[in-house]
Design a protein. Structure first.
Ligand code: TLP
Length: 345
């Protein structure tokens, strides 16, 4: 059966160029600081995002955790969105492992957080309070349907954070999707941030890995945090090699994923029982609601699954479909037709 896997962009398999680069990779012991391929990836990532240094990590979850552990001590507080991946899907790792106190604020549908609410949430010096140390944002925003935060929002939050002596971290798991969608250099989105995590293993297609970037001093400390969470990998050049291909060959083509997401979204938007605001589809994620007397969101997902079209029910009435480089324009059309049939349209 022809499978159209839209569960995530994490499902992407390495390209032939990646497999070749992995085979050819020159390696060393990265914990001892001598894997040349990891170093090349870290330098390349830092240069692409306009930062001094980079750190190769095993996953987006590990990257965010390491950054939070590096910015905050036990009992310090991080301000983040109530729909943030870091808040919802990372097992509360920063509090479990770092004693960091989360201060979730409402994410608006566009992925942003109201600035005045954010400023009001910053704690004053009072013996009763935790100390606010960090603000984090997510761009693109996963649970907000791949919403893209513009450069102006990044700048405004950076200014607010720095005015109050706080650090600003970006969960940029899909930062390059945001840059391509906005047609800006990813550096511009990263500039207001003190640290950024971005993923190689999502739309960019690498099998494993994310990179944390920031100042040299920050990355030195983050390297210590990486070691304590078990993220010191030895001949990691084997996987970093695929990451270099991801960064050099797979960024521009993200525009195709965005076009296919839109194509799929336009195909399903008018179907009775499907609720979808097309303006919310800004990158490679489509989140829609199923509101139908006889078809539940999970039933729709199950019926599609039988036909080789894989999506996820993500709670409530919501279903998520994510385009990636294995999903063609024809696949997007076929998936939209299958939704129409399943909904009895
Ligand atoms: N997101 C995954 C799932 O965990 C939900 C997905 O399929 O979208 N930040 C953001 C914004 C993410 O979407 C993800 C992964 C992560 C961090 C974590 O990355 P990994 O999976 O590499 O730990």
């Amino acid at each position: 059966m022809h499978i159209i896997d839209m569960r995530s962009d994490t499902v992407t398999k390495p390209t032939p160029a990646m497999r070749q680069a992995m085979y050819d990779a020159e390696v060393g012991d990265d914990v001892l600081g001598d894997d040349p391929t990891v170093q090349r990836l870290e330098e390349l990532a830092a240069a692409r995002l306009g930062k001094e240094a980079g750190l190769f990590v095993a996953s987006g979850t590990m990257g965010n955790l390491i950054c939070l552990l590096t910015h905050c001590g036990r009992g310090d507080e991080v301000i983040l969105g109530d729909q943030a991946h870091t808040y919802i899907y990372e097992q509360g790792g920063s509090s479990a492992l770092g004693g960091i106190h989360p201060r979730p604020l409402p994410n608006r549908p566009d992925g942003s957080i109201d600035l005045a609410t954010m400023e009001a949430a910053i704690r004053g010096a009072d013996i009763h309070f935790p100390r606010t140390k960090l603000i984090t944002l997510e761009n693109t925003h996963n649970r907000c349907g791949g919403a893209v935060l513009p450069v102006s929002t990044m700048q405004a939050v950076g200014e607010l954070a720095h005015k109050h002596g706080l650090a600003f971290h970006l969960d940029g798991a899909r930062l390059f999707n945001a840059a391509v969608a906005l047609d800006v250099d990813a550096k511009e989105l990263a500039a207001p941030c003190d640290s950024v995590t971005f993923c190689l293993s999502k739309g960019l297609g690498a099998p494993v890995g994310s990179v944390v970037v920031g100042s040299r001093a920050f990355v030195e400390e983050a390297r210590r945090s990486r070691k304590v969470v078990g993220g010191g990998m030895r001949q990691a050049g084997v996987i970093a090699a695929a990451g270099i291909v991801a960064l050099t060959q797979m960024v521009e083509r993200l525009a195709d994923d965005h076009a296919n997401a839109r194509r799929f979204a336009e195909g399903i938007a008018g179907i009775p029982g499907i609720a979808l605001d097309l303006a919310s589809v800004q990158s490679n994620i489509v989140i829609f609601e199923v509101d139908h007397p006889t078809v539940s969101p999970q039933q729709l997902v199950d019926v599609l699954w039988q036909q080789g079209i894989w999506t996820f029910a993500i709670g409530g009435k919501r279903v998520r479909a994510v385009t990636n480089y294995h999903v063609t324009a024809e696949d997007a059309d076929m998936a939209a037709r299958a939704v129409a049939t399943a909904m009895g349209a």
